[in-house]
Design a protein around this ligand. Structure first.
Ligand code: PLP
Length: 413
């Protein structure tokens, strides 16, 4: 498993790295080792080319103009929507709502549920959420008087599913959970979460921001009600993502924002709303970003999600083994099913200090609470060092990380 030639045979990482110009740059006089993929991924030349081509040739506002540029931009944007539909196996392209990212998608649903909830209703979140999948729901509870329940987790960073089943009841209206935890890497059993919630009549929103770069989910098979994604975590640009919603839910939910593009007819007495997906797409969207998101999916599908998952799994196993050889190093998040994230600390050392020394060595990792403070409170730590991997990372880069952490440890202890 740790033999480089075995990895190289199955997966030509050297060829893939050539697609990412940023991987050639130097940081602090050292070759960049980018291990902050859980925060944002890098962009391949194929996607950069699509962005440049848009501004070179057909930058125009969509859906509004009869002129050629506007039609070309509209067509490309709608083709991207179809690519996203196909990638996630969504029944209808109008169930794909373009957003500015996961945070936007979650807020859209949380705001939309305001009129559906009353005092005494319950909504449920997991113990390992990103703040963007906690705060909007707390705000929803404040508006409606509903109660927020929490699915607990164990020390390995796995949800305690018996407790989940006990918490579900006929007052539960909505369950939301991430598919993969950005702080721990845990892959959550979302099939079981969705099925059990549906049995008590609750809707389910899955935050796929961290999962979608590693797993290709079949949203119809999952039968999930809502699923959110950010393009920038999967080789696309920042400021664009999608919310998938089942048609029946999207029809029931009120629009999130008012404005242009989302109306059928406007008078000062009354406005009627446009059909899906436009009802939820007020104003001029990130047109180029949407088109580039489609290109990013093409790029990743060309490599293949099975090949990506297998390679990343081997890389993570290798990194885990190597890091654990360092004295006093503890990994947080040791779930049976996890992907591409290793959160760790070294006894007696602040994570921030390790991150600073690694940066001097050209190694980019995240330090802090990773927008998941409740997880840090659970482990009673201020934060962690997080190394997160993508399919363009290599075993050699893992070795540099391990050497860097060892050096940091020697300097700081
Ligand atoms: C990154 C991330 C988010 C937030 O995504 P944005 O693109 O910042 O809106 C939410 N949840 C998880 C699990 C994430 O990894």
């Amino acid at each position: 498993m740790t033999d480089k030639s075995i990895l190289a045979n199955k997966f030509d990482v050297d060829a893939i790295r050539k697609d990412f110009p940023i991987l050639n740059r130097e940081v602090n006089g050292q070759h960049l080792v980018y291990l902050d993929n859980a925060a944002t991924s890098q962009t391949p030349q194929q996607v950069i080319d699509v962005i440049v081509d848009y501004y070179h040739r057909y930058n125009a506002n969509i859906h509004r103009g009869v002129h050629t540029l506007s039609q070309e931009a509209t067509d490309a944007y709608e083709v991207a929507r179809q690519k996203i539909q196909k990638h996630f196996n969504i029944a209808h392209s109008y169930e794909v709502i373009f957003t500015s990212g996961t945070t936007h998608g979650i807020n859209l649903v949380a705001t939309g549920f305001t009129s559906f909830l009353k005092k005494g209703d319950e909504i449920m979140v997991s113990a390992m959420e990103h703040h963007s999948n906690i705060v909007p729901w707390q705000m929803l509870c404040e508006r409606t008087g509903a109660t927020l329940k929490v699915i607990p987790m164990n020390l390995n960073g796995e949800l305690i599913m018996e407790e989940y089943h006990k918490l579900l009841n006929d007052r539960t209206k909505l369950v939301f959970c991430n598919h993969v935890s950005n702080a721990l890497g845990t892959v959550n059993p979302i099939e079981e979460i969705i099925d059990a919630a549906h049995k008590v009549g609750a809707a389910v929103l899955i935050d796929g921001a961290q999962a979608a770069a590693h797993i290709k989910p079949d949203l119809q098979a999952l039968d999930v009600d809502f699923y959110t994604v950010s393009a920038h975590k999967m080789c696309g640009p920042t400021g664009v993502g999608i919310l998938y919603g089942k048609e029946e839910w999207l029809n029931k939910l009120p629009p999130y924002q008012g404005g242009g593009e989302m109306i059928a007819e406007v008078t000062f007495e009354k406005t009627t709303y446009a059909d899906l997906p436009h009802k939820f797409e007020a104003g001029t969207p990130n047109i180029c970003g949407g088109i580039a998101f489609g290109a990013a999916l093409d790029y990743m599908n060309h490599i293949g999600f099975e090949a990506i998952a297998q390679y990343e799994e081997e890389l993570m196993q290798y990194a885990t083994e190597q890091l654990l050889t360092i004295e006093g190093l503890q990994i947080y998040g040791t779930a049976k099913h996890k992907t591409s994230v290793i959160s760790f600390n070294i006894d007696g050392v602040h994570p921030y200090d390790i991150g600073t020394i690694l940066d001097k060595l050209g190694i980019a990792v995240r330090t802090g609470h990773h927008c998941a403070q409740p997880i840090m409170d659970f482990y009673k730590i201020p934060g962690t060092v997080r190394a997160s991997f993508s399919f363009y990372n290599t075993q050699e880069e893992v070795n540099k990380l391990v050497e860097g952490v060892k050096r940091a440890r020697n300097m700081l202890l």
